[in-house]
Design a protein around this ligand. Structure first.
Ligand SMILES: Nc1ncnc2c1ncn2[C@@H]1O[C@H](COP(=O)(O)OP(=O)(O)OP(=O)(O)O)[C@@H](O)[C@H]1O
Ligand SMILES: O=C(O)c1ccc[n+]([C@@H]2O[C@H](COP(=O)([O-])O)[C@@H](O)[C@H]2O)c1
Length: 189
């Protein structure tokens, strides 16, 4: 599962858990983006903080792992590079699934080298409140749409709540609340 994870929240974790269960996956690898080129980079939290929060949020689940390949890569982050790297790391016999939310799936045709993406992994789109879950005309058999228990949580809302002094308990794992309080992240927009 790729994401900016700024910060990681329970919507991400529920989607990952549901997809793992439904498809019988061995593990879910969370890959925080280095430079998400379709977002305003000036507003994105340093990658090391986003990586650490992802590690904290997933630490207790033996099926979840975090990979720093995107934050260690220079230049804009393209999923195609990540999938090529994973394919060469795991070999041709391993099936790769890329987990996305409905908003990301809707924009996938704008991603770098989109045609090759579908040769490297199967894409799973999860529903998300406020976003319509539909296949935007992707190659046959390369995408699955999955209904997961919907959580109306976004990283944007979490950041906004911290800035306004509102609680984010139970929207994100407890360790993430403590990390944000300790570091002072998101106090200024
Ligand atoms: N509540 C949610 N339910 C299902 N999928 C989600 C949810 N929140 C995020 N996702 C998906 O997780 C992936 C990573 O999301 P991302 O890190 O950008 O979080 P976000 O909450 O969308 O962030 P932001 O509000 O900053 O845009 C994307 O594919 C996104 O669609
Ligand atoms: O490869 C691309 O061109 C591309 C463009 C936009 C988003 N992505 C990936 O989509 C995932 C979700 O992105 P985001 O910006 O919603 O956090 C994350 O892994 C991004 O690296 C990938």
């Amino acid at each position: 599962m790729g994401g900016t994870f700024d910060p990681i929240h329970h919507g991400h974790l529920v989607a990952a858990s549901e997809v793992a269960h439904f498809f019988g996956l061995d593990e879910v690898v969370f890959v925080p983006t280095g430079q998400p080129w379709q977002k305003d980079l000036a507003k994105v939290t340093p990658s090391e903080d986003r990586y650490l929060m992802t590690v904290i949020a997933t630490a207790e689940n033996p099926q979840f792992r975090v990979d720093r390949m995107e934050i260690d890569r220079s230049g804009p982050t393209y999923t195609i590079d990540t999938l090529r790297e994973m394919r060469s790391k795991y070999g041709p016999g391993v099936e790769l699934y890329f987990i996305t939310g409905a908003d990301a799936l809707g924009a996938i045709l704008s991603w770098h080298n989109v045609d090759e993406l579908f040769e490297l992994a199967h894409f799973v789109g999860c529903n998300r409140p406020g976003h319509h879950l539909s296949d935007p005309g992707l190659p046959e058999g390369k995408v699955s749409l999955l209904e997961v228990p919907a959580l109306a949580i976004s990283s944007t809302e979490c950041r906004e709540r911290v800035r306004k002094g509102e609680p984010i308990w139970y929207l994100v794992p407890d360790g993430i609340v403590r990390y944000i309080n300790k570091t002072g992240l998101y106090l200024e927009s």
